[in-house]
Design a protein around this ligand. Structure first.
Ligand code: SAM
Length: 242
């Protein structure tokens, strides 16, 4: 099992992940900007195999649900000792448990956690994780949306990716994050590239006009319309904000 002590003063942003399927990682986190910056040491990915730890202790990683029901639950007495090994006193990283029962993760959370030292993420599988994991370490229960996935690995990758791309030096152009969806409470405007004409579909004339004031106005209008149509909840929030 890989054990990484976090040196708060010198270490880069670090995601420690506890999972029963470590082979999933780095997966999508190992390619493009995230992957390159991982190789360059701008951030660290520290994977812990829950099953390996269970084997060492001669335990099973999971057990049947107390009170009955289908499936298996990951055991607290296997997961919590791994947290004890990873998390030193100086390590202030939040512990997250991936679960559809959690608070839905959003861009504001990504900003908040990307500016810290990193995150410790516990991925569930089967029917989930013993609640005493959350209760013992005050973990944040984090969902990535109102659907049920087979495992927390995809959810963890999503949370890590959204944080990592906000770390200085990870994205190609710094300004690319400033105009993205959610930055100003609205969704992004539609984007186009070459060729100018594709079948019956043309790039909107205004984007080729060179008139930056008009382009800006067009983009704001499109952002507003898209937000109203696709995310009325966000639009209502936007209207209430300053
Ligand atoms: N029995 C659980 C329930 O109904 O809430 C679902 C368990 S799910 C099949 C297995 C694991 O996938 C969960 O423990 C969690 O780690 C992860 N997972 C599934 N959906 C998720 C979501 N929307 N957000 C975050 N993690 C999720």
């Amino acid at each position: 099992m890989s054990v990484k002590k976090i040196d708060k003063e010198n270490d880069s942003w670090t995601a420690s992940v506890l999972t029963v399927t470590p082979e999933v990682f780095p997966g999508t986190l190992g390619v493009s900007n995230a992957g390159k910056s991982l190789k360059d040491g701008l951030w660290n990915l520290d994977i812990h195999d829950i099953k390996e730890y269970a084997n060492i202790e001669n335990l099973r990683a999971d057990g049947p649900p107390a009170g009955g029901g289908p499936g298996m639950i990951l055991r607290a007495d296997v997961i919590l000792p791994i947290i004890d090994i990873i998390k030193t006193k100086a390590d202030r990283r939040p512990i997250m448990v991936m679960t559809p029962r959690g608070k839905v993760f959003n861009q504001l959370d990504a900003k908040k956690y990307s500016s810290g030292a990193g995150v410790i993420i516990i991925c569930g599988r089967y029917e989930g994780i013993d609640q005493r994991v959350v209760d013992s370490v005050g973990a944040l229960e984090v969902s990535i949306g109102d659907m049920v996935l087979s495992s927390g690995d995809i959810a963890a990758s999503l949370v890590i990716d959204s944080c990592v791309r906000l770390i200085d030096g990870v994205m190609g152009k710094k300004e690319s994050s400033f105009e993205e969806s959610f930055e100003n409470g609205l969704l992004e405007y539609p984007q186009y590239t070459l060729p100018r004409s594709y079948g019956e579909h043309e790039i909107p004339e205004i984007l080729l006009s060179g008139n930056h004031e008009k382009i800006k106005k067009w983009r704001i209008e499109k952002s507003i319309n898209t937000t109203k149509n696709n995310r009325p909840d966000l639009w209502r929030k936007y209207l209430k904000s300053d």
